[in-house]
Ligand binder design. Sequence first.
Ligand code: NAD
Ligand code: MLT
Length: 312
Amino acid sequence: MTRVLVADPLDEAGVERLRQAGAEVDVRHDPDRAALLARIGEYDALVVRSETRVDAAVLEAGKRLRVVGRAGTGVDNIDVEAATRRGVVVVNTPEANTVAAAEHALALMLAVARRIPWAHHSLASERRWERHRFMGVQLAGKTLGLVGLGRIGTEVARRARAMGMTVVAHDPYVTGERAAQLGVELMDLDPMLERCDFVSIHCPLTPRTRHLLDASRLARLRPTAYLVNCARGGIVDEAALARALAQGRLAGAALDVYETEPLPADSPLFGLPNVVMTPHLGASTREAQASAARTVAEEVLRVLSGELPHSA
Ligand code: NAD
Ligand code: MLT
């Protein structure tokens, strides 16, 4: 019997699909890494989201493993090279949460621009009616710079344009023609950072994009600018960002992702008066989770039956 371990929370639709196909599925979200290493040898397939780190040690212990399924987009928690060396196929669901992540980036942008979390806290928790304290800025007429114009960047661009924003983007792998079709001007990164009122990050975390927004790049942002990161934490130097925010060199930031997740209790981002934070919720809609779970199940089943997956 084919055995599948689901190690992170996965929508029931995906578990059901795997069982329907005859697989024996164990759902165990156990953060204990030693337990994962001890049991992974019994499984033909492993399904994860972003919490479980599938590194060379897990792959080495997974003697029977044929496929690792990632219910989501980023595969930076999986050592794809080590998997490939061992003949283990890595599949993901790159389209399932595109709209969810794009909507979350826009929600964060609006939240920080209109100071919604602070106004909510003041009214709902402190019972204060402080209309004059929470002056915001509007998005219409402002320039949004996207770092990455792939699936999510494209959906953010479409929505931001509909809201009256001018959209520019930096993406070394996208043609000017493609950008022009979206009504987006392509730019180099540094001049883009200097020009924009809002900057939203939508590139993957790779060795080349780690700390792409370091202290010197953050210093290029205007003091009235807002930074949104709904992609991956390591793309922004978090300590440098916290300093820039604390010193008022940036109007605000809205973050969904962090260099270390879960965010450590002593993070310098906590307590800043100009940061909106959510705990990696970009893909957390019912629609996106159901779609990611169904798609990853189909992909895993394809590999287990010897077919080529769509996403590898
Ligand atoms: P994608 O591959 O469709 O697009 C990424 C784009 O980034 C590509 O166009 C690529 O050319 C570009 N890029 C690569 N290197 C770059 C660089 N140095 N500078 C600028 N652009 C660069 O991916 P996507 O589906 O749009 O997802 C983007 C990222 O968002 C994912 O890698 C994932 O980490 C993250 N994500 C987060 C959530 C969340 O829950 N917060 C949800 C989904 C995806
Ligand atoms: C992704 O890359 O798909 C997101 O970070 C969401 C998730 O981890 O589920």
